[in-house]
Structure formats: C-alpha cells, structure tokens
Write a protein that binds this ligand. Structure first.
Ligand SMILES: Cc1ncc(COP(=O)(O)O)c(C=O)c1O
Length: 383
C-alpha cells in the first residue's frame, strides 16, 4: 500500500528500490514496480471519479498484464495508436478500443481483420479528412457492420486532425452518409499543452474545451449524435477529468508508468514513476569517469543528449557522450562505482523507452517476481 505523499521525488523512489536484489538481472533492462502501477491507475480513476470516464492510451505500456490491471479496476475503454496495440488490448479482453491513428494502406484491411477476429470487442476509428472516410467506407462490405468513426480534431497540436470548422462539420456529415460508417463523436488530443504552471495550463485547456464543446453543440444542433468527446493526455488530464460533461472520456497514457520528464515538468500531477532502468558500470576509462551500458538502444533518445534519464544516487553527473550501447558520464563519485556496479535510472520519456525492451522485470514488495512481455512493441502480433 502506497500512502499519499509517499514517493514524491527520485530520492524516495531510490530508497524503495535500493532494497531490490538486481544482482542476477540482465542489464540494460526495464523494471516495472507493480505496486506503483496499481497506485497510478487507482489515482487516475479517483480523479476521473468513474472508470467509465476513462479511455487510457496503451502506447506507453504496451503490456497485456497492465491492460488486465486496468480492467480489474473497472476500465473497459481503451485507446491506442497501432494495430498491434489494439490486438494486445483485445487479447487482454478489452471491451472497447479506439484506434486514434489514421488508418492507411494495409492497415485498413488489418482493422477489418481485428473486427472479425475479436468479435467481442468494439473497435472505433478516427478520420480527419474526406479521403480517409471514403477509404474506410470502401473496404467495408455489408456483412462488416458499421464502424463507429470519430472526427479527429486539431485543437492546436498541428499533427493530425482537422480544425473545428465548416470543413470538420462537413466531414462529420459525410461519415453519417457513407455506407459502413457511423458518427461516433470527436477526438481532441492536446499534446501541445506543456505549460508547467498549473494555472497557465488550465487556461489553455479550458480554451480547447470551449472550442470543442462549441463545435459539438453545432453538430448536435444539425441533428447528428455526438456520443463522446475523447480528450487529452496526462498533463491536461486532471483538468478534463474535472469536467461535469457526461460524454467526455479522458485518454492519458503516460500516467500509468509516468516518467522523469513529466514528474519534473509537472510536479502538480499526482503520479509516480513506476518504471526504471537497470544499468551497470562496464568501464572506468579514466579517473572521475564511468561508462554505463545504457546506450540509446535502451533509453529513449528523443529528449536532448544528457537529459535522457535521471541516474539515481549519482551526484553531479556530467554527460560526456552516448552511443548505441554506452553512456559515458563524469561524476565526483566515480570511485564509489567499480566495474559491475549496478545503477538505477528513471527514463525521461517512458513511452519510447518501453518500446526498446522486449521484456520487463516486475518488482513487487522489493523483489523481482515476474517478467512481462512488451507485447505490442512489435508492429505485428497476429494480424
Ligand atoms: C493521440 C494521443 N492520445 C493520448 C496520448 C497520451 O498522452 P500522454 O503521453 O501525455 O499521457 C498520446 C500520447 O502521445 C497521443 O498521441
């Protein structure tokens, strides 16, 4: 049981993880603290007030066991980006899966196969332009039933999506008219929301909400149903979760494992890093220098060099260099770390870090108790 206020900050995590016997664990490797995962999911549900208001994104964990933990706590709706993630979720028994990623090329057929192979699961799709809506409709035959299709709105990120506009309203009407599609609401991901100050973040998110609700009301006034609005990621989650609108679903993903990047940028978020990396000193090429087996094939390289992980317990680390299998640092404490010494690290960006590992050690009550496959790390599972 993890009490409120516990484990806020890497030092208390260091104490919790210091007791784990990692001597026989391979390095570099990913470890998952099951108790903290459980606590992060419970915290997510507490903020949402009802698991029915959640549609967590599976991109972060990609693991069947974590999808099952979510299900055991009452979460039935999920979101994902890839067909493999959707299949992993379906194998975990998920009832309702939204693929919030444009379906193109062979993925259109793979989407159909998902629907045929997992008839107990509802699969939803998103589109952001008329060609994609036509393409999805065209692959469906009358026996395929109707695909619930959301319009992906661009609420400021500028990645996918269509701005809430006349064109977006026409697209929603097109979905209603095309064979095999049924309008299923709006998807509004706000991955550009990065304001560290909670008040500034709230102002940006409220503006997104107002624009989205105004667009939703316009669609409703035109006579079409808008059964759901799927909002946001982790930084905006508490703000969306506080809404009283019944049809809002929140889709944070990172919060289940959390990471050093979000924990340091958004200390107001009530989540705790649950995943860490084991690395060993493999060389001490000169005084004050350590070479670790933590190259960018083991920790995500999208944060800037030198900021890719927090090395627990290493004072004043200076980044020297990183290659595929090596991380070189200077530290005044280098003498305390002989070759073979184990060091734990919290990744700055957990989602791509998880995808670099085929398997994760599972830690519970201070012991390694299991290993979980990162099942949806592969682009193809069965389909
Ligand atoms: C479409 C979409 N929804 C939700 C999320 C989850 O966001 P976060 O990682 O902040 O939890 C992501 C993350 O990339 C995303 O791309």
């Amino acid at each position: 049981m993890i009490a409120e206020g516990d484990l806020q900050g890497p030092d208390s995590l260091a104490q919790r993880w210091a007791e784990i016997d990692v001597s026989r664990a391979l390095s570099p490797s990913l470890l998952i603290d099951r108790g903290i995962v459980q606590r992060n999911i419970e915290k997510t549900i507490e903020l949402a007030r009802d698991p029915a208001r959640l549609r967590p994104h599976a991109k972060t964990h990609k693991m069947i066991e974590i999808a099952r933990m979510e299900a055991e706590l009452g979460i039935r709706k999920h979101k994902c980006a890839t067909i493999a993630e959707a299949e992993m979720l379906a194998r975990a028994g998920a009832a309702d899966i939204l693929i919030a990623y444009p379906l193109a090329g062979p993925n259109l057929q793979r989407f159909l196969l998902l629907r045929r192979d997992y008839p107990g699961t509802s699969f939803r799709a998103t589109v952001d332009n008329p060609d994609s809506a036509h393409a999805l409709s065209a692959v469906l035959s009358p026996v395929d039933g109707r695909v619930p299709t959301l319009v992906d709105l661009d609420v400021g990120m500028g990645r996918t999506g269509i701005a809430p506009s006349d064109d977006a309203a026409s697209l929603y009407h097109l979905i209603a008219s095309l064979p095999g599609l049924i309008p299923d609401g709006l998807h509004a991901y706000d991955g550009h929301v990065r304001e560290a100050d909670p008040d500034a973040r709230r102002a940006v998110v409220r503006d997104i909400q107002e624009r989205t609700f105004a667009f939703r009301d316009r669609l409703l006034a035109s006579g079409l149903p808008v059964p759901r609005i799927v909002f946001g990621g982790t930084p905006s989650f508490p703000i969306h979760a506080a809404l009283e609108e019944p049809d809002v679903e929140c889709s944070p993903g990172t919060m289940v494992l959390h990471d050093h990047g979000y924990a340091s940028r958004f200390p107001d978020l009530p989540f705790i890093p649950a995943a860490f990396l084991l690395t060993r000193v493999v060389s001490r090429p000169r005084a004050g220098r350590l070479c670790l087996d933590l190259g960018h094939k083991a920790v995500a390289a999208d944060p800037p060099a030198g900021e890719r992980c927090h090395l627990i317990g290493i004072p004043e680390p200076t980044f020297v260099g990183q290659s595929e299998e090596h991380l070189v640092i200077d530290t005044p404490a280098a003498d305390r770390y002989p070759v073979g010494a184990c060091i734990l690290a919290i990744p700055t960006h957990i989602c791509p870090t998880v995808a670099l590992h085929r398997r994760a050690y599972v830690v519970d009550e201070g012991r390694i108790v299991d290993q979980w496959d990162v099942a949806a790390r592969d682009r193809v599972i069965g389909i």
